[in-house]
Design a binder for this molecule. Structure first.
Ligand SMILES: Cc1cc2nc3c(=O)[nH]c(=O)nc-3n(C[C@H](O)[C@H](O)[C@H](O)COP(=O)(O)OP(=O)(O)OC[C@H]3O[C@@H](n4cnc5c(N)ncnc54)[C@H](O)[C@@H]3O)c2cc1C
Length: 469
C-alpha cells in the first residue's frame, strides 16, 4: 500500500489544503507531520514568543481534528533535513508532500530536504498554496515582474479564473490510522520545545479563523469607510491566520469575490497587496537585505540609538506613535494605519534605518510575514517598490486627529493622557499648567516632551532622501 507524508509548515489546517489534497490523491495512507524547526526556534529572542503559542495551540486543534478522523498529528523537533528523511524511512513513505514557502531560508531548507530524500530514492513534492498566483505567474507584457501595484493588480484580476480559487479538498478517509503511526504522536508539550505560553488576543486554529472570517464578513460593507480607524476594529484581523495557514487564502478570495460593493472590492485589493509583496520577495530576494531601489543602497541613516529606543518603548512624546508601539508590545498586533504612521515616524522623523524597525516588527508581530513586513517598511521609508514618494511624509498629529478623532485609541494605550480632551490628547504639549493639573498629567514627568520637531525633521528627511547615491 503506498504511503505518503504531508509535511505542514505555514498551512496549519486540513481543509482546502493543496499538499494534503495531492497527497491523498497519490497515496492510500497519508501521515501528517509538523517539525518544530530548531533553526527557526533558535533565532527567536523571547521564550514567550506569541507565534510559538499560536502555532502550538493551532497544532493542538489540528491534532484533535485528525483524531476525530481516526488519525493523529506527528510532531518532531530538530532540523527538517534530518527529521523528514528519518521519519520517511521509519514510515516507508515514497513521497513527501508540502506547500511552497518562498522565504529565502525555507527555499534553502526545502532544497536540502529534497536532496537528502532523493539520496534514499524518495521525493519531496511541493505545491503553490499560500497565494493564488506566485513567483512569475503574473508578469507584465514584456515578461518582467511588475514593480507598481495597480497594473499588477489589474493583471492579477484579468488572469483569475474560478479554478484558481476553487477549494483543494483532501480525501480524509486516506489519513493514516492512528494504530499505524509511531508511538510518539500528538503535539509535543510547549516546555519540551523550550518555550512558555503567552496570552493571545485571538483564537488560534481553524475554528478561530472561521469565526473571525464570518464576523468580518458580517461587517465587510463598512470595510472601505472604516478600515483606517484603529479604534473601530473594522478590519478582518485575519493576517495572523493567513500567515500560519489556519485559513485558506483561496477561501478569503472566494468570499470577497462572491460579494458586491466597495467593502468587498477594497478587501480584495488588500489581499492582492499580499500577493504582490510575495511576488516581489520571490523575484527580488535582495530586498531582504537591501533597499529595493538601488539608489538608496549606500544611504546612511543618521538617526540615533536614543531616538530608536524612545520609539521602541513608546515614549517619543507623539501620542499616536507611542500608543501604537505600546499596543504592539503588549499584544503582538498593530493596525495597518498605525504600522504606516510608526514606520514613517521612525524613518522620516527620527531618520533611523528602516531595517531596525523592520526587525523589531519581525520580533513582535504575531502576523509577521517577511514579504509583507519588508514591503510595508520599504513603502514607508520610500526605498521600496511602488513606495510612498519621499517628500510625502505623514504628519503624526494630523494622522491622529483624522484617524483617531476621539483619541480613544490613544487613551487606551497612553492612559496618562486619558484626562485630556481629544484635541489635547492628540498634542498634549499645548496644555498649560492648569489643563495639566485638571487632566492629572504633568508633561515631562507623566508623559514625555516630544523628542523631535516634526517640521524640522520632515525637511531633514527630504534632504536625506533626495540626495540619492
Ligand atoms: C510597516 C508595515 C509592516 C507590515 N508588516 C506586516 C506583516 O509582517 N505581516 C502582514 O501580514 N502584514 C503586514 N503589513 C500589512 C498590513 O498592515 C497587515 O496585513 C494588516 O494590518 C493586517 O490586518 P488585517 O488582517 O485586519 O487586514 P485586512 O485589512 O482585513 O486585510 C486582509 C488581508 O490582506 C492582507 N493585507 C492587508 N493590507 C496589506 C498590506 N498593506 N500589505 C500586504 N498584505 C496586506 C493581509 O493578509 C490581511 O490579513 C505591514 C504593513 C506595514 C505598513
Amino acid at each position: 500500500m503506498s504511503r505518503a507524508l504531508c509535511w505542514i509548515r505555514r498551512d496549519l489546517r486540513l481543509d482546502d489544503h493543496t499538499a494534503l489534497a495531492e497527497a491523498t490523491r497519490h497515496a492510500k495512507s497519508v501521515a501528517v507531520v509538523f517539525v518544530y524547526d530548531t533553526q527557526i526556534l533558535a533565532r527567536l529572542v523571547d521564550r514567550d514568543d506569541r507565534r510559538v503559542t499560536f502555532i502550538h495551540r493551532s497544532l493542538d486543534d489540528l491534532d484533535g481534528r485528525l483524531k476525530a478522523q481516526g488519525s493523529r498529528l506527528l510532531t518532531r523537533m530538530g532540523e527538517p533535513a534530518e527529521v523528514i528523511p528519518r521519519l520517511s524511512r521509519e514510515l516507508s513513505v515514497d513521497t513527501v508532500f508540502a506547500n511552497h514557502d518562498d522565504d529565502p531560508y525555507a527555499l534553502q531548507r526545502d532544497q536540502s530536504v529534497g536532496q537528502t530524500l532523493s539520496r534514499d530514492g524518495r521525493e519531496l513534492k511541493t505545491f503553490k498554496d499560500c497565494v493564488v498566483f506566485e513567483r512569475d505567474e503574473v508578469m507584465n507584457p514584456s515578461g518582467n515582474p511588475y514593480s507598481v501595484f495597480t497594473p499588477y493588480s489589474k493583471a492579477w484580476k484579468a488572469r483569475l479564473t474560478p479554478a484558481d480559487v476553487a477549494p483543494r479538498t483532501p480525501d480524509l478517509t486516506r489519513l493514516c490510522p492512528e494504530s499505524d503511526l509511531p508511538a510518539a504522536r500528538g503535539n509535543l508539550p510547549l516546555s519540551e520545545i523550550g518555550f512558555v505560553s503567552n496570552d493571545l488576543w485571538l483564537e488560534p486554529g481553524a475554528n478561530g479563523a472561521q469565526d473571525r472570517l464570518s464576523s468580518f464578513l458580517a461587517k465587510i460593507d463598512r470595510y472601505k469607510t472604516d478600515r483606517d480607524f484603529p479604534a473601530l476594529e473594522s478590519t478582518s484581523g485575519l493576517s495572523v491566520h493567513l500567515r500560519h495557514g489556519t485559513v485558506s487564502v483561496r477561501q478569503c478570495f472566494r468570499e470577497a469575490l462572491a460579494r458586491e460593493g466597495n467593502g468587498a472590492s477594497k478587501w480584495l485589493d488588500e489581499l492582492i497587496w499580499r500577493e504582490f509583496y510575495h511576488m516581489i520577495l520571490a523575484k527580488f530576494p535582495h530586498v531582504v537585505e537591501e533597499p529595493f531601489r538601488g539608489e538608496y543602497k549606500s544611504l546612511e541613516w543618521p538617526g540615533t540609538q536614543a531616538a530608536y529606543e524612545a520609539w521602541e518603548e513608546g515614549r517619543t512624546g507623539f501620542p499616536l506613535v507611542d500608543a501604537a508601539m505600546r499596543c504592539l508590545k503588549a499584544t503582538g498586533w498593530m493596525h495597518n494605519r498605525l504600522r504606516m504612521v510608526t514606520a514613517m515616524f521612525l524613518t522620516k522623523d527620527l531618520l533611523v534605518d528602516y531595517r531596525r524597525g523592520e526587525s523589531l516588527f519581525a520580533r513582535w508581530l504575531l502576523d509577521f510575514e517577511l514579504a509583507s513586513n519588508n514591503g510595508g517598511w520599504q513603502w514607508s521609508a520610500s526605498t521600496g517598490v511602488d513606495a510612498q514618494p519621499y517628500f510625502r511624509i505623514f504628519n503624526p498629529i494630523l494622522q491622529s486627529r483624522k484617524f483617531d478623532p476621539e483619541a480613544a485609541f490613544i487613551k487606551q494605550w497612553c492612559p496618562e493622557l486619558a484626562g485630556f480632551e481629544p484635541e489635547l490628547a492628540h498634542w498634549p504639549h499645548d496644555a498649560g499648567p492648569i489643563e495639566q493639573l485638571a487632566a492629572g498629567c504633568r508633561l515631562g514627568e507623566d508623559y514625555p516632551h516630544p523628542i523631535v520637531d516634526h517640521s524640522i525633521q520632515r525637511q531633514l528627511a527630504i534632504n536625506l532622501l533626495s540626495r540619492k547615491s
